[in-house]
Design a binder for this molecule. Structure first.
Ligand SMILES: CC(C)=CCC/C(C)=C/CC/C(C)=C/COP(=O)(O)OP(=O)(O)O
Ligand SMILES: [Zn+2]
Length: 412
């Protein structure tokens, strides 16, 4: 079976280049940061060396069956005791798991869809109509976003139609701040995450209007730092998570094509490109920090939006990112992870798969819709279909087409 031969060759080139890295390596690391970076590089070099020591046909492929089993195991049973710390993140867990399942191309049957619908409705806070982290918990912006995404992915339209949109609209208005930002919950913090979640929720529920959008573009633009990325709030350090939130929210409020009219697009592209490390192939979330699989989405997910904004392609090196994901982010026995020294979890499983999807598709933006096109370059998807995952909506982080279906449900 023909495997990803070009990936193998790219890795070979990379590996040859890594000898030069060794030459420059200093005996005593000058700081903890450098020491951690060197440890990660050593782990990853060893993995790449092992891969190159084998035949090309043994290049790692997506261990789809195992990842599916891992996901299904947790979707099909109540959360076990070690996860009680995630009690306030129940909509998140459901979204991460069901989204991973859907990206792997697996069907979400009606039984699972109904179960997810019931569970998310249980998390609705009766006072506000918005969603909390669990039954009886206070409405929370992130839980409302994650819960709505879970309904979107699982096509739980019956449950979705039971949400009280006008109550949620009023709650969103209460979360709205005079400077244009949003807070996460009553008395909570305002940041770019809250703005992204609020704008996504309003957009999916088809209740986004001028009052909710008021000054949000200016506030988000004010989070862009001198480095080019975005911080959580004005004046803080640029970070991948907040950069995705800001750029995706701006792409709803305007369009990705108009980004250059509100932010410094060139500086954002510089910052984004610098997040990819040549040796690892994966991405970091901020300057001088370590590679992490979840930034394959938070930073990698900027790629389609920036490609639409500029009309250019391959702003990041998709092949190298795919190498990092396939060779370094697959845990044993299953699930996806941050980096080789860490264990798989639901969060990383989802966001690494989102990143993998980005590496395999170009997005076209037409009449307000994103259309994913599988990249036919053999270095990405020649192979069998073994590594292929579904196209991802670049704004909402769900498989393509599903967000529009949710919006259409409410518009009908
Ligand atoms: C929609 C929504 C709620 C989005 C959240 C986006 C967001 C802020 C993601 C970042 C998550 C993350 C891995 C932080 C790690 O910071 P760190 O300082 O531990 O890691 P670092 O060293 O990689 O910076
Ligand atoms: Zn991570």
């Amino acid at each position: 079976m023909a495997q990803s031969t070009l990936n193998y060759d790219t890795l070979q080139e990379l590996f040859q280049a890594s000898d030069q890295v060794d030459e420059f390596r200093i005996e005593e690391p000058a700081s903890k940061t450098i020491e951690s970076q060197m440890e990660v590089e050593m782990d990853i070099l060893k993995i790449y060396e092992d891969v190159l020591g084998k035949d090309k046909s043994e290049f790692p492929i997506l261990r789809r069956k195992r990842h599916s089993k891992y996901i299904d195991t947790f979707l099909n049973r109540p959360l076990p005791a070690p996860f009680t710390a995630l009690d306030a993140s129940q909509p998140w867990i459901i979204y991460w798991l069901v989204n991973s399942k859907a990206l792997l191309g697996e069907e979400v049957n009606s039984e699972l869809s109904d179960k997810i619908g019931d569970k998310i409705l249980e998390c609705v806070d009766a006072d506000t109509g918005a969603i909390g982290g669990g039954n009886g918990q206070m409405a929370h912006m992130a839980a409302t976003y994650a819960g709505l995404l879970a309904l979107t992915v699982s096509k739980s339209y019956k449950a979705a139609s039971q949400l009280d949109r006008s109550k949620i609209y009023n709650w969103l208005l209460q979360m709205k701040q005079p400077d244009g930002s949003f807070i996460m919950h009553y008395n909570g913090e305002a940041d770019a995450r809250a703005v992204y979640c609020a704008i996504c929720v309003a957009s999916l529920l088809d209740i986004l209007d001028d009052k909710l959008a008021y000054k949000a573009i200016d506030w988000l633009a004010s989070c862009q730092t001198y480095e080019g990325g975005f911080s959580g709030f004005p004046g803080d350090e640029a970070h991948g998570g907040y950069t995705f939130c800001a750029v995706a929210a701006l792409s709803i409020l305007k369009s990705p094509r108009e980004l250059a009219s509100v932010i410094d697009l060139d500086n954002l592209i510089n910052w984004t490109v610098q997040r990819q490390y040549s040796l690892e192939g994966g991405l970091s979330g901020r300057t001088n920090k370590l590679v992490d699989g979840c930034y394959s989405h938070w930073v990698g997910g900027l790629t389609p939006l920036l490609e639409i904004a500029t009309g250019q392609r391959d702003l990041l090196n998709r092949i190298q990112l795919q190498n990092y994901i396939l060779c370094c982010c697959q845990d044993e026995p299953a699930g996806l992870r941050d980096k080789p020294s860490t264990r798989a979890d639901f969060y990383h499983t989802n966001y690494v798969l989102c990143g993998l999807s980005m590496t395999q598709h170009y997005q076209e933006y037409k009449a307000g819709e994103y259309i994913g096109h599988r990249i036919l370059d053999p270095s990405i998807t020649d192979i069998s279909d073994a590594n292929h995952v579904r196209s991802l909506d670049p704004i909402y982080g769900v498989p393509s087409g599903l967000a529009s279906k949710m919006i259409a449900l409410y518009r009908a």
